[in-house]
Design a protein. Structure first.
Length: 150
């Protein structure tokens, strides 16, 4: 699983002009699932997202997590995170999980985020054409991959 994690002052997602999810300060998570991903990838990724210390403490150092600050999470599925641009100029998405499998992993990830955060999160809608708006705070943007755990 790949995630682009953005620390935001606020973020929202709309579908067909209607807002379906909004958060104030917290994390916007763009999530892509690969064909070989499984429950262990979900476990690792969710733990990293909820515990990642990228919010300022009283001294101004990035030392607090989204859970520590009582922040929100907006999780949006994005299969294009598994684009391969190795050959030619048209990206290939062959590495992305098939629809049913990806939806199950995305749903599991959102449920686990809620469990570990201890409150509901906001989401987009799987496979929908979405418009995402955000105010990036910092900016702080971090990319993580459960297959490349660095």
């Amino acid at each position: 699983m790949r995630a682009v994690i953005q620390r935001v002052a606020e973020a929202a997602v709309c579908i067909d002009g209607a807002e379906v999810g909004r958060i104030g300060p917290g994390l916007l998570v763009l999530l892509g699932c690969a064909g070989e991903d499984d429950h262990s990838d979900v476990d690792w990724l969710v733990g990293k997202i909820v515990r990642m210390r990228i919010f300022a403490d009283a001294a101004g150092k990035m030392n607090r997590s989204v859970a520590d600050i009582g922040g929100g999470i907006l999780c949006v599925s994005q299969f294009t995170l598994h684009a391969s641009t190795r050959k030619g100029n048209r990206p290939s998405f062959i590495g992305a999980a098939a629809g049913d499998r990806a939806m199950a992993l995305y749903t599991e990830c959102c449920e686990r985020l809620e469990q570990q955060l201890g409150r509901p999160i906001a989401t987009g809608r799987f496979a929908a054409d979405m418009q995402v708006a955000l105010v990036n705070d910092g900016p702080v943007t971090i990319c993580i991959d459960s297959r490349n755990r660095e």
